[in-house]
Design a protein around this ligand. Structure first.
Ligand SMILES: CC(C)(COP(=O)(O)OP(=O)(O)OC[C@H]1O[C@@H](n2cnc3c(N)ncnc32)[C@H](O)[C@@H]1OP(=O)(O)O)[C@@H](O)C(=O)NCCC(=O)NCCS
Length: 357
């Protein structure tokens, strides 16, 4: 297979997204997070027995060694959560060198939720939150993030968001993972690199930026003047635009409906929804640029009571399954990724002694 071919998933300019042949809406309408994680990493939906075995292996691997929690704590209270997460991931790699690649993959897939939930707490010296017995990955993650019991609908929505974050073909972090995998470095190394790539505000960091922006704009009526200022200053409006989707992001549509429905079920004022909708309409009218997944994931996470610095770590807790699928696809029939550069700099220069420069 060439570097741009994949059997894992595909996003298209026309607004379609497919995981392993399934349109995304099929999965968000019917599948659980674990079923989708199995589909993405193994290539097909699981039987009941396969799903049970997968869930058991995730539970077995979830326990995070104290040392990995300690390295996050040692970074100190000002540490960026993604820096803490990445550092813990590196530490796990150093602590787990003897096992097979497959075991290492299961380990980082399962532990990423626990690390994500604690990467903001541990640097502040707060007591780690640990997984509960007898609940699935999504419920465990939401519980560890918020320490509160969500309604069934809230949990269902959170699972939809996780499913939507899981895979997106050759996005920056998955491509980074593939480059590292192509050197045959271990999965922890590849995931550490993926996390580094996810930190940037143009990629994973956008969901946090989108929520900060929504909180600063406050009222739907403030949208026009906010956009006058932002666009007038030539700024990118976080949560809008995409390298692939140019008409609409199908993931944003799904979470937009969820946002509306959470507020309706709670009987709460729908101002947050109206604010998002006003921003989306205005951006479309002025720039023809659609809202992306991060724009609608942000208010959904906010309503679920999740602290803003944890939004990108949540992305990582889901995308780690996509990363591991790309890792496998890369190392099967591997070729070291090494683009041939086109040199466009000066040539035939003569060395001049430092004193004469
Ligand atoms: C994702 C992103 C990097 C894609 O960038 P891109 O591929 O360069 O986008 P395009 O080529 O479609 O940009 C076309 C034009 O729209 C502008 N544009 C794109 N996204 C914009 C945004 N969010 N706000 C304002 N203008 C934007 C570009 O500046 C460009 O303008 P120009 O033609 O005057 O130079 C960009 O949209 C962005 O930075 N978005 C904000 C961050 C974000 O939400 N990231 C998460 C992505 S899932």
């Amino acid at each position: 297979m060439s570097i741009t071919e994949t059997r894992i998933g595909k996003s298209d300019e026309d607004g379609s997204l497919v995981y392993r042949g399934y349109p995304i809406k099929e999965l968000t309408d019917h599948a659980s997070f674990e079923e989708t994680a199995y589909l993405i990493t193994r290539g097909a939906l699981p039987t009941r027995q396969q799903l049970d075995e997968f869930s058991t292996s995730m539970k077995t691997e979830m326990a995070v060694p104290q040392k990995a929690l300690d390295v996050m704590k040692d970074l100190g209270r000002d540490a960026h959560p993604i820096d803490a997460l990445r550092t813990a991931c590196s530490a796990l790699g150093s602590l787990d060198r003897a096992r097979s690649v497959h075991a290492q993959q299961a380990s980082i897939e399962a532990k990423m939720s626990v690390l994500a939930a604690n990467c903001h707490r541990a640097p502040k010296g707060e007591k780690p939150r640990t997984p509960r017995e007898g609940v699935g990955l999504a419920a465990n993650l939401l519980h560890m993030l918020t320490d509160r019991k969500p309604s069934d609908y809230e949990l269902w929505v959170f699972e939809r968001a996780l499913i939507l974050y899981m895979e997106h073909d050759l996005n920056a972090s998955s491509f980074t993972v593939r480059v590292v995998a192509s050197t045959l470095a271990d999965p922890y190394a590849a995931v550490s690199a993926g996390l580094a790539s996810l930190k940037g505000p143009l990629h994973g960091g956008a969901n946090e930026g989108a929520m900060e922006m929504l909180l600063s704009v406050k009222e739907p009526e403030n949208v026009p003047s906010f956009l006058d200022g932002a666009l007038g200053a030539g700024k990118k409006v976080i949560g809008f635009g995409h390298r692939v989707y140019k008409k609409f992001d199908p993931r944003a549509l799904i979470l937009k409906d969820c946002l509306k429905e959470i507020l309706r079920r709670r009987g709460e004022d729908d101002k947050l929804y109206r604010l998002c909708d006003a921003m989306e309409r205005e951006m479309m009218q002025r720039k023809g640029i659609p809202a992306n997944l991060d724009f609608y994931a942000a208010p959904v996470f906010f309503l679920l009571g999740i602290e803003i610095p944890l939004y990108t770590p949540i992305f990582a807790a889901s995308r780690v399954f996509g990363w591991m699928a790309h890792y496998d696809e890369q190392v099967t029939d591997n070729k070291l990724i090494r683009p041939d550069a086109t040199y466009v700099g000066p040539t035939n220069l003569n060395y001049s002694p430092i004193e004469s420069r």
